[in-house]
Design a binder for this molecule. Structure first.
Ligand code: DGT
Ligand code: CA
Ligand code: CA
Ligand code: ZN
Length: 582
């Protein structure tokens, strides 16, 4: 049985993220009101809290809020009010003052406080509905500072939001899962608690959470469940199933089942639906019926098994199929033939690629990051600060490159793990890189990414990326789709061609574990694997607190059927070094 657990590391708590969001929105409103200085103060505080390595409620309990960098007396008082009462009167007051739905408007990609202000003043736009109307009537291109292109981008942004159901990031719900699990298991009347659904399958986003509990007192469990703290709304309450909505909008479903049917219920609620359908068909072909209540004989409806998932798969003559693989992409056939992959686990990961520091847009020094990597038990860390004509992020330049590399050499002498030097370099519009081959060859790890001109059509974008591969200086393609979950769509690429070129040119495809990226995701990893590609796991860390993100990349690798032989991070140092020679 796989019971894959992330390493014992802190992943930002729900509360931290909630506080961060409110502080940032306050900053946005103040900016809208043209209040000087204060917005920056709120943003600074938000940034520190985002990278806290513990739950902010712990800091509050120790009465140490003011020791968080950027948090002064006034902001500490506001955080205190928020933690104690669940509300912040200052924030509510600000929202009333501005007379528009700031949270909704800010959710539109590319729309910030400055633009929102103009839209409100000139066109009276208060929400997405108003915005869409104005866009339809082409009123926005006429505003100074907007133009036809902005109108197009905003239109796409609005459509993107409208056509996508709201989903939650895996990273965002992980602390909620742990908290609910802990609370339910604290009950004497609860014998077992498990999370099922897309979360259990390790998907990068979830629509809702699905919990299963074994208890002989279902009604009492339901009473407890609907009165959990943070419940905003009870959507349904029955004797064996209930649904709640938390204050952040996340829905949580709970089922209470008997021990005898726990395995079959887990199997049903882990899904995916498509896997379930195929598994049931397969059961029928073997003379059984499978439901959430158990595995039964087709004739006579005799109960065969259902206590554990393992027993069900075994009875059907199949290997146990890990939840991450249950997407009906060939897992049944593989399980029947005994050919399921041996999925990688946290301990297989020897080190991490793609880490940023103060040399570009990161928050920590090279040494701090390397020491943290050592502390986490890693054997190597690769530094890949930005290089290229990026707009805002303070990239490395050719002038600073030598001192950067020398500094990395110094850090190597101070830590007990291998430190790789490298860059994350922009792939320019024409597929070239803004640094000479000679300079690139002096570095250990060259990651190349698309950051600029992301709207190119598929043939040109494909040519651009493949061209970069063929120059034979790149080791890794960074965040291949460039999507941001719930925010920015993928760039247009012909994946068949990209995978083929990556394989031929020995370019590893990145599996980026930054929570909003999760790029490549499982299905694409599987397709690339079948095309003969290899992968590297990346944190895309911009802060010490982000180093553990490789555990999220691991979810994607598992969902993509990748094994240790396919993942650079799992190899020996000498083999890694050899694979990176160009
Ligand atoms: P989500 O919540 O959208 O991220 O995705 P899931 O997979 O968690 O879907 P959800 O919460 O609607 O249902 C949980 C599981 O229950 C799903 O993975 C499979 C099972 N299930 C739900 N509806 C059906 C159905 O109509 N037929 C079958 N065979 N299974 C279903
Ligand atoms: Ca679900
Ligand atoms: Ca559900
Ligand atoms: Zn990047």
């Amino acid at each position: 049985m796989t019971n894959h657990k992330n390493p014992a590391i802190f992943l930002a708590s729900m509360k931290n993220l909630e506080v961060v969001k409110i502080l940032n929105t306050i900053a946005d409103i103040l900016e809208l009101q043209e209040v000087p200085f204060k917005p920056q103060a709120y943003r600074r505080a938000a940034l520190s809290i985002e990278s806290l390595s513990e739950d902010i409620r712990e800091v509050y309990r120790r009465d140490e809020l003011e020791e968080i960098p950027g948090v002064g007396k006034a902001i500490a008082e506001k955080i205190t009010e928020l933690l104690e009462t669940g509300k912040l009167s200052y924030y509510e007051k600000l929202k009333k003052e501005i007379d528009l739905d700031i949270e909704e408007l800010l959710s539109v990609p590319q729309l910030g406080p400055r633009k929102i202000k103009v839209l409100y003043k000139k066109l009276g736009i208060k929400n997405i509905k108003n915005l869409e109307k104005a866009l339809e009537k082409h009123k926005i291109r006429a505003l100074s500072g907007f133009g036809e292109k902005t109108e197009q981008i905003l239109w796409e942004g609005v459509q993107f939001i409208k056509t996508k159901p709201r989903r939650f990031l895996y990273f965002q719900v992980q602390p909620v899962v742990e908290e609910i699990r802990k609370r339910l298991s604290s009950l004497d009347i609860v014998a077992k608690v498990e999370v099922a659904g897309s979360f259990r399958r390790g998907k990068e986003t979830v629509g809702d959470l699905d919990f299963l509990v074994v208890s002989s007192k279902p009604q009492q469990v339901m009473n407890f469940f609907v009165s959990l703290p943070d419940v905003k709304e009870v959507l349904a309450k029955g004797t064996t199933k209930s649904s709640i909505r938390l204050s952040n909008g996340l829905q949580v479903d709970l089922r209470v089942v008997r021990a005898k049917e726990f395995g079959s219920a887990m199997n049903y609620f882990i899904g995916s639906k498509e896997h379930n359908v195929e598994l049931r068909k397969f059961a029928l072909s073997k003379g059984y019926t499978l439901s959430e209540y158990g595995l039964f004989t087709l004739k006579g409806k005799k109960w065969i098994t259902g206590r554990t998932e393992q027993e069900i798969y075994t009875k059907l003559g199949l290997q146990y199929i890990p939840p991450e693989l249950r997407e009906n992409t060939g897992e049944l056939t593989a399980a029947l033939e005994g050919k399921l992959p041996k999925l990688i686990a946290v301990n297989d990961v020897k080190g991490v690629f793609h880490n940023h520091t103060v040399w570009s847009d990161g928050n920590n020094s090279l040494l701090e990051m390397a020491q943290k990597g050592e502390e986490l038990g890693l054997k190597f860390i690769s530094f890949n600060d930005h290089f290229g004509p990026l707009g805002i992020v303070h990239p490395l330049t050719e002038k600073r490159l030598d001192s950067y590399v020398r500094e990395i050499e110094k850090v190597q002498k101070k830590v007990g793990i291998k430190v790789f030097s490298g860059l994350e370099i922009d792939i320019l519009k024409d597929g070239t890189l803004p640094l000479s081959r000679k300079k690139l060859q002096e570095l250990d790890v060259v990651i190349a990414s698309v950051h600029l001109s992301t709207k190119m059509a598929e043939p040109e974008m494909t040519k651009r990326v493949c061209q970069a591969f063929e120059n034979n200086t790149i080791n890794i393609l960074g965040h291949p789709t460039d999507r941001l979950l719930e925010e920015r769509p993928e760039i247009a690429l012909n994946w068949g061609k990209v995978f083929e070129s990556a394989r031929n040119n020995k370019v590893f495809l990145e599996i980026n574990g930054s929570p909003k990226r999760m790029d490549l995701e499982g299905l694409k990893v599987k397709a690339a694997l079948e095309a003969g590609c290899k992968f590297s796991l990346a944190t895309d860390a911009h802060d010490l607190a982000h180093l553990p993100f490789y555990a999220l990349a691991l979810n994607m690798a598992r969902r993509g059927w990748a094994e240790t032989k396919d993942i650079l991070n799992c190899w020996s140092l000498s083999k890694i070094e050899k694979a990176l020679q160009k």
